[in-house]
Ligand binder design. Structure first.
Ligand code: MUC
Ligand code: MG
Length: 369
């Protein structure tokens, strides 16, 4: 039986300002959900957003209010061993609130996998890999600093895929910034860009041509998510792959984008998809349509990152790797044992459920009162 559901907000400073086209982050608010069951098993989930309401329409505070007020009462007393049935109740009664639904589903699945004594990945279809390539985002806003940061990551053997956040500055400044970084790193690294919808289609045509010529490997969400026809035109026009991110809010968007040929690659995000199960469906649509996969993040801490890693470990094909570096951008860790990053890969946790343990003492210090 589902006994209690608690939503915890924890404000954690980032290791440096993280500049996106939509905001500059200096703190990340972790939204953690703890589900306790009558048999003594507990499960954890995460619903972290980016920049409050800058990136999407759910904020940490709205997620907490909606879980506490509207979602938890639907679940208390329900059979904790029947996660799909419990989630069907939530998905039927609650519109939107994809991040909140993801955190709840993750916590219920974590508890169920612990109860069964298996890793979460085995409840999600079974893992086919134990480690995932991990990109790092260069977003200090300063070309020289970004190059130094990339060189350090290569030296540490932590990352050799770099995603550059652009779109906040004039197009030619952004292009010059990216090409300077690509030139400095050469073939030692894959350089990619994420525009977070900032360009018009005409700006994208001009900029992508230069980025493609300069050896950039992937262009993420260059134009507005709703401009599916424009994304299709860009995907057809360029050989450099075009990736959809914000456009994918679940399996239906994935289906529409795939049938319209509006992206070469899908960034799968568990929160944006409304949970691990719908995120798996996004990946299935991609695979059936010949769209390549990338494991995305909302810059979550250890819980959301572990949950994503269990799902991405089940993907038979993961051509573009992942960006599950969220915990590394934060100054504080909320897990007892941090996730392991080595040889350019994140190790998918073994053990039962998510395979991670929350440090209650640290969380006690970080949580909002
Ligand atoms: C996004 O749009 O992909 C993921 C990595 C990062 O630096 O920002 C996020 C959001
Ligand atoms: Mg993105």
């Amino acid at each position: 039986m589902i006994h209690s559901i608690e939503t915890i907000l924890a404000d954690v400073p980032t290791i440096r300002p993280h500049q996106l086209s939509v905001t500059t982050m200096r703190t990340q608010t972790l939204v953690l959900v703890r589900v306790r069951c009558g048999d003594g098993v507990e499960g954890w989930g995460e619903a972290t957003t980016i920049g409050g309401l800058n990136y999407g329409e759910e904020s940490p505070e709205s997620i907490k209010a909606n879980i506490d007020t509207h979602i938890a009462p639907l679940l208390i007393g329900k059979d904790a061993t029947r996660v799909a049935a419990a989630m069907a109740v939530v998905r039927k009664a609650i519109q939107g609130n994809r991040f909140a639904k993801c955190a709840i589903e993750t916590a219920l699945l974590d508890a169920q996998a612990r109860r069964l004594g298996i890793p979460l990945s085995e409840l999600l279809g079974g893992r086919v890999r134990n480690a995932l390539p991990v990109a790092w985002t260069l977003a200090s806003g300063d070309t020289t600093k970004d190059i130094a940061e990339a060189e350090l990551m290569l030296e540490l053997r932590r990352h050799r895929i770099f995603k550059l956040k652009i779109g906040a500055r004039a197009v030619h400044d952004d292009v010059a910034h990216v090409l300077a970084i690509k030139q400095a790193l050469g073939n030692k690294a894959s350089v990619r860009v994420d525009v977070n919808q900032a360009w018009t289609e005409l700006q994208a045509m001009e900029a992508i041509a230069a980025l493609q010529d300069g050896g950039v490997d992937l262009i993420e969400q260059p134009i507005a998510a709703h401009n599916q026809a424009g994304m299709a035109r860009l995907a057809r026009h360029f050989t450099v792959p075009i990736m959809a991110d914000e456009a994918l809010q679940g399996p239906l968007d994935a289906y529409r984008y795939a049938t319209a040929g509006a992206a070469d690659v899908f960034a799968v995000k568990i929160t944006q998809s409304a949970g691990l199960t719908p995120a798996a469906q996004v990946a299935t649509v991609a695979q059936l349509s010949g769209v390549a996969l990338y494991g995305g993040t909302m810059l979550e801490g250890g819980i959301g990152t572990a949950a994503s890693s269990h799902l991405f470990a089940t993907f038979p094909e993961l051509a573009f790797g992942t960006e599950l570096f969220g915990p590394l951008l934060l100054t504080e860790e909320v897990l007892q044992e941090p996730l392991v990053y080595q040889d350019f890969m994140l190790q998918v946790p073994g053990g039962h459920g998510l395979g991670v343990t929350v440090d209650m003492e640290k969380l006690g210090r970080l949580r909002r009162q």
